[in-house]
Design a protein around this ligand. Structure first.
Ligand SMILES: Nc1ncnc2c1ncn2[C@@H]1O[C@H](COP(=O)(O)OP(=O)(O)OP(=O)(O)O)[C@@H](O)[C@H]1O
Length: 682
């Protein structure tokens, strides 16, 4: 056996001889000899291999060292796919895969346009050499490769050119009159640290090379210059710079409720660019080591998920989606924001340190996209670096359209059915959307349609293909999916005393909540229950105080809180509720309770309330209106300050629902309780 004892699980997988007849060690040596890797990685591998040769195959370190070298050899250090920067094609891919999302698509195309221009701009190289022939030859070779080249005979001339021209790279001789290469390097580092310098010299010694690299040279070439090596090095250094430049700018972060197309748009971007696509979920990530790997000294150490995924796809420039970045575990061990910034920031991720690898890996070529349902959960420094694109919930009409155009064809294909075998009526789809799903996105709708397709496939086989095509209309939907799962709760319940309908924004999109208030003998205590955050508790206090201070205006007893307790409850404990936007709904529930007048349940409210009864603007208007429509609400009361947002909404969103804007708390009385229900004291 090749490995024994402690590394038994590794042992069994390692053959004594490879299929080529070589021992595993010889086979590894052969792989190292032909490997095309960056020099610093090769150095580490060779070092490690030398240790391996001296290690007894029976000890655990042998297996660990072997696996380590194999991993280093298998990573895509230099393998990148060539970007296809064709905007018309990108637009067509985005359009054929996704309905709507106009603003998101537009922003993505702008993003790709900037990248296209950036990648097409010619880069400029400054060649500094006192030997005219060497300088001219280098200029000739690099000009042929498409670079704009300038020449200088010494460091001083080079500094003049640098002050006048935009230069991307300096290639300089070491020994020169007036100002030599090292001094030039130091000056460039001081005034333009973003310009890399490649040092070329005929007096190549290890000492001078180390000196130049220590002072910050990007590379070191011996003289006479091997032109192939020069071209390769210049290309490598400039490409790196270009990737950093292209990667600069904000990181895209897709936000919005689940199932609104964030992941599939990410996939479409990868397809448009012809890059590989990786998606990892950060939900519940607890330990920095899951991203960055464990140090090799730990038993069972492994590289982190980023490196593991790069190895899997074999390219170093995929579109990498960091899903649910807002759901990193609360008990994260280490500083989540700084790890993510190190991964995402092109300035820092050029030298990404995976603890297992020990050699920095360059992540700057990767196009990272983050997704989040709730931006408020993101640490500030991280949020600052991101450009957020909002994916909003879909209207019923949009859902029907997407189901017909995208989801249905996909599900029919997956179940082996065709359009000739099964047809969905529009009403059938609307029934599925309204009675079997309650969501902003399309996740459950897709699941329900898949469910129907599977049932029809079974029916088809049982009946030997008779009764084709099967029409999925309203009765068929009920027959296949059983009793409806959701009710239009606002439309179908009677008005009740002490209960008002509100709209809240949750990470799953807009939601309808009912706020319940009850009065009981007590000592003037306000009891609040139902997964409430601190801000919401304060809103309840404010609404109560406003009502107490204005008791006469609203025709309630001025001492209603003397020998009583008031309990306000927010059912649907699973939705965590916070934020000030329920203030006006709490007020409506309290007013109903204290005046003993039932509040209309098909009127939904949202708005922050001040102690003087003013109604302040709130967020998530579109999502809240969509949620109200899903629940069968007839009239929505919104703060007047949200008027502009309401006016910018698509007609599709506003169809089938009435909107009334309100500025003060007393304006809600008539719509919620009906005309002349009780008299407001003037
Ligand atoms: N505008 C759209 N056009 C066509 N299909 C869509 C659209 N939006 C979403 N879909 C489809 O809905 C399904 C769910 O989308 P996706 O997985 O991308 O959602 P998501 O926003 O990433 O959800 P989560 O936040 O849960 O990860 C996918 O099958 C996707 O193709």
């Amino acid at each position: 056996m090749f490995f024994r004892k402690k590394t038994e699980s590794v042992t069994e997988q390692q053959p004594q001889q490879t299929s080529s007849g070589l021992s595993p060690l010889d086979s590894l040596r052969a792989k190292i000899e032909i490997a095309q890797l960056p020099q610093e990685v090769l150095d580490v591998i060779k070092n490690e291999f030398a240790k391996l040769e001296k290690t007894d195959t029976s000890v655990a370190e042998y297996g660990l060292g072997f696996n380590y070298i194999e991993l280093l050899l298998s990573l895509p250090w230099l393998e990148s796919s060539r970007d296809r920067l064709d905007l018309i094609r990108a637009q067509s891919i985005l359009d054929t895969r996704h309905f709507g999302l106009t603003q998101v698509k537009q922003r993505i195309l702008e993003f790709l346009a900037a990248k296209t221009l950036c990648s097409k701009a010619r880069q400029t190289v400054l060649i500094v050499d006192d030997e005219e022939i060497a300088r001219t030859n280098m200029i000739h070779i690099l000009t042929k490769d498409g670079y704009i080249c300038h020449g200088a005979g010494n460091g001083a001339e080079a500094m003049t050119i640098l002050s006048e021209e935009e230069v991307d790279l300096v290639v300089t001789d070491l020994k020169m009159e007036q100002m030599d290469g090292l001094e030039l390097l130091e000056r460039v580092n001081q005034i333009r640290p973003d310009i890399p310098v490649i040092m070329v010299t005929g007096f190549a010694t290890v000492g001078s090379a180390v000196d130049a690299l220590k002072k910050g040279a990007a590379h070191y070439l011996g003289k006479p210059v091997n032109f192939d090596e020069l071209r390769r090095t210049v290309k490598e250094v400039l490409e790196k710079k270009l990737f950093v430049r292209m990667g600069k700018g904000p990181i895209l972060c897709f936000t919005g409720p689940p199932g609104t197309g964030k992941t599939s748009v990410g996939r479409a971007i990868a397809e448009a660019l012809q890059r590989r696509f990786i998606r990892i979920s950060l939900a519940g990530l607890r330990d920095e080591a899951e991203l960055r790997g464990h140090r090799r000294t730990y038993v069972g150490a492994l590289p982190g998920r980023i490196i593991t995924e790069l190895k899997r796809v074999g390219m170093n420039n995929p579109v990498f989606m960091l899903d649910e970045i807002d759901k990193i575990g609360q008990d994260f061990c280490g500083d989540a924001a700084s790890v993510l910034l190190e991964v995402l920031d092109p300035e820092q991720n050029v030298h990404f340190n995976d603890h297992y690898l020990e050699v920095p890996f360059d992540l700057s070529r990767i196009m990272f996209i983050a997704t989040a349902n709730d931006l408020s959960k993101l640490p500030g420094p991280l949020l600052d670096r991101m450009e957020c694109l909002e994916f909003t919930g879909y209207t019923e009409r949009e859902k029907v359209h997407i189901a017909q155009q995208f989801i249905l064809p996909r599900q029919l294909k997956l179940t082996g059915l065709t359009k000739d075998m099964v047809q969905f009526s529009q009403e059938g789809l609307v029934r599925v959307i309204n009675d079997y799903t309650r969501e902003s996105g399309l996740r459950h709708l897709e699941r329900k349609i898949a469910d129907i397709c599977r049932k029809i496939a079974l029916l088809h086989l049982k009946t030997n293909g008779k009764n084709l095509p099967i029409l999925v209309d309203v009765p068929m939907v009920s027959q296949l999916l059983g009793p409806r799962e959701f009710q239009r709760e606002a439309a179908e319940v009677e008005p009740q005393i002490g209960v008002a309908t509100g709209m809240v924004w949750a990470t799953t999109g807009g939601e309808i909540i009912s706020v319940e208030a009850a009065l009981m003998p007590g000592s003037g205590t306000l009891i609040l229950t139902g997964s409430l955050g601190e801000v919401l508790r304060e809103s309840a206090q404010t609404a109560l105080s406003f009502l107490r201070s204005q008791a006469g205006v609203f025709d309630v007893s001025p001492v209603f809180f003397k020998d009583t307790d008031i309990h306000i409850h927010f059912p649907a404990g699973a939705i965590t509720k916070d934020g000030p936007s329920a203030g006006i709904t709490i007020f409506a529930a309290l007013l109903s309770l204290l005046t003993q007048k039932p509040a209309r349940r098909d009127v939904a409210l949202t708005g922050e309330m001040t102690l003087t009864g003013r109604i302040l603007p709130v967020k998530g208007i579109r999502e809240k209106i969509l949620a109200a429509k899903r629940a069968g609400v007839q009239l929505v009361l919104l703060p007047s300050a949200n008027q502009e947002e309401v006016e910018s909404l698509d007609t599709d969103v506003l169809e089938g629902i009435r909107i009334q804007l309100v500025t003060n708390a007393d304006e809600i009385v008539e719509p919620v309780f009906g005309r002349q229900t009780f008299i407001l004291a003037s």
